[in-house]
Structures are given as C-alpha cells and as structure tokens.
Design a binder for this molecule. Structure first.
Ligand code: PEP
Ligand code: MN
Length: 362
C-alpha cells in the first residue's frame, strides 16, 4: 500500500513534538460510513492513520461481530481517497491472509487475542517472510506484562521488526471510573523491556465514555507515549459497537488541539540548574526515607525477638487494624492519596513480616 512507515513518521512527528494519531470507527459499518469518516478525519489535519474494525471480537455473542472481509476493501478505498494509511484488527491467520491480499501493511492484534499465545503464534507465523509489515499489539485484557512481552517476542522471532504496543487498559472486576483500568505501570514496565517499541495509548477502550478521553490522552502524552488511538464515528450514539466511547471526527480534531505538548528536555541553563538542585534534594530525602525504614525494621526485629521469647504469633490482627487506622488518619493529615498509603503500608508490612519470620523461624 503506501510507502509510509510508522517508525519514520513517528520520528518526524517527534521532531515536531506531535504524537501520532490513529482514529476511525470502532467498526466499519457501511462503505459510506468508512469513507465519510475518513474524509472528515482528514479534514481535521490531525490524523495520521485511519482505523476500523472489520472482525469484531465481542464479549457477548449477540453483539454485532463486524462486517467481515468486504470491509477490507472499504477501508483500503477510504485510505486511497484521503491519502491516509490504514490499519485493521486481525485475530487469526485467515484474517491475516485476507488483509494482506487486500493490500494492508499495518495490522493490530486485539486485547482478546494477545492473551492467547497459540493465536499470537499462529498470526506471527502467518506473517513470516512478509516484508514491510507493521504490527501493533494491544495489551492482553488481564494485567500480565509477561504475556504482552511474550506476544512482542513471538513477532520479533518471526522476523517482524516493526512491532509496537497499544495500551487499552485491563479488565477489572471492581472498575468504577474506567471501562478498563489503565494500570499505567504495566505499559511503562513494557517500555523498559523494549525501549524501541512505540507506545500508543487507546483512551477509548480505557475510558469507555467520552467525558474523560481528554484527561486520559493528556496523561499518556505526559508519560511520553508516542501516539493515541481514539475511536470516532459520524453518529456516535448510533454506532453498532462501542457507542458510548466514540466521538465525532470534529471532536477528535478538537481533542487533539487541546492536548498540551510538553518538552522532555529543556535547554535553558538556569532552569536546568534549578531542576538538578531540586532533584538532588529529592535524592537526599529518598536516602533519609530508606534510612528511616531500615531503623523501623531494626525495631521490628526486636519485636520479633520478643514475640519469639513469649511464643506469640507474628500477625496480631488488632495491632494490624490499629496501624491501618493510624495510616488512614495520616494520609489525610499529609494529603497523600488513600491508595498510595495503602500500598506503602502493605509494602512496609510485608517487609516487616519477612524480617520477623527470619528471626522467629531462624
Ligand atoms: C477495538 O479497538 O475496537 C477493540 C476491539 O479493542 P480491544 O481489543 O482493545 O478491546
Ligand atoms: Mn471498539
């Protein structure tokens, strides 16, 4: 298809300090819908790649499951008409074969596919020997970074070098604000393993609603993601899939214009000096914190020796409840989030138990 390549394009956008924007409907519904959406997206001047799902992996079997193969041609035509590169989702080797035949050179693997190593391997094998192909892999629906890493490795081993990652959030039983919990630490951990992999955020599937798309997109940009994939539709409320999260192409354009693009590095020497002084202070405080935690563990050890002598259990539920309450109070006093204080306390407590177990059980 085009002579457009993700890596090159991203580098160009990087220089211009702009993220790559992938947009289009959740699902291709009709040929007109795909072409009209593409034209409106192109008119915003903000979109780099056109997306649409043709085969839709849906949670429930009575949902719309995509128009199938015919949609490939619609997307290819829309791409040609607007001069936008296109991308679609493949979920098995037969999809790959059909997409390649239609001329696609960029595919994504969905979250319900990247959970399954057999399917990922099947898709990777079906791309062996194919030149100039880019594969974007969505995170698996469950929060398992190794599964995501494994999927990327399977494509690398099949000789596909252009492999990138889409962060679309993780299924969670207790989710309140989000359709899929972002768990930002997971994509950032992935990035540490594969620094060369471009990270695209998919706020549409994270949010599942329109009103917080901008806030999640901005967060991704602040975490130096390379791009965003956001679903758009001519008539979002009437979309055949994911109606609640899609936005008008014009709103997509506006959302992108409202993003604040900040610099990763600044050349100003005065600012750089101030920043490094502040960072030095942070490093000193971190050292003090560590020292304090170590002295807390020393006292924990002493408690352990006492418990051993008096034949007491390591865990005392009332004491734990008391400590928890104390921390809840302190989180308010010091304006720290409940979630953070809970995680911090649990880490300290686990380390204390490890220390006491060593003392009590030799
Ligand atoms: C989609 O992008 O429309 C899609 C099905 O996404 P996910 O695999 O993230 O659920
Ligand atoms: Mn969708």
């Amino acid at each position: 298809m085009g002579d457009f390549f993700f890596e090159e394009e991203i580098m160009k956008l990087r220089e211009m300090q702009r993220p790559i924007i992938i947009s289009g409907p959740c699902s291709a519904e009709t040929e007109d819908q795909v072409i009209e959406t593409a034209k409106l997206l192109k008119a915003t001047g903000k979109v780099n790649i056109l997306r649409a799902g043709i085969w839709k992996p849906r949670t429930r079997p009575d949902s719309f499951e995509g128009v199938g193969e015919v949609g490939l041609e619609w997307l290819v035509n829309a791409g040609k008409e607007t001069d936008l590169p296109v991308i679609t989702e493949v979920a098995n080797s037969s999809h790959v074969e059909k997409a390649l035949k239609a001329g696609f050179d960029r595919l994504w693997i969905g979250a319900r596919t990247s959970v399954n190593p057999f399917t990922v391997q099947e898709i990777a094998d079906s791309l062996k020997g194919v030149d100039n192909i880019e594969v974007l892999i969505k995170n698996p629906i469950n929060p398992d970074v190794n599964l995501w890493i494994g999927a990327i490795e399977r494509f690398y081993r099949a000789g596909i070098n252009e492999v990138h990652a889409i962060h679309r959030g993780f299924s969670s039983f207790k989710s309140d604000k989000y359709r899929n919990e972002p768990m930002w630490e997971i994509p950032l951990a992935l990035k540490r393993v594969f620094p060369e992999v471009k990270l695209i955020c998919d706020p549409s599937h994270i949010c599942g609603r329109r009103d917080i798309l901008l806030e999640v997109s901005q967060k991704a940009i602040d975490l130096i993601y390379d791009g965003l994939m956001i679903e758009s539709h001519l008539n979002p409320d009437e979309a055949w899939s994911d109606a609640k999260q899609q936005i008008l192409p014009s709103d997509l354009g506006e959302l992108v214009s409202r993003l604040v693009l900040r610099n990763e590095q600044v050349d100003d020497p005065v600012f750089t000096k101030n920043l490094s002084e502040l960072r030095q202070k942070i490093d000193e405080i971190d050292r003090d914190l560590m020292k304090l935690i170590a002295s807390r563990m020393e006292i924990t050890n002493e408690v352990g020796r006492f418990k051993k002598k008096n034949n007491m259990t390591i865990l005392q539920p009332e004491r734990w409840a008391q400590i928890k309450h104390l921390h809840q109070e302190m989180s308010k006093e010091f304006a720290l989030s409940d979630k953070f204080v809970e995680k911090y306390l649990s880490a300290i407590h686990q380390e204390s138990i490890r220390h006491q177990t060593k003392i009590m059980n030799g």
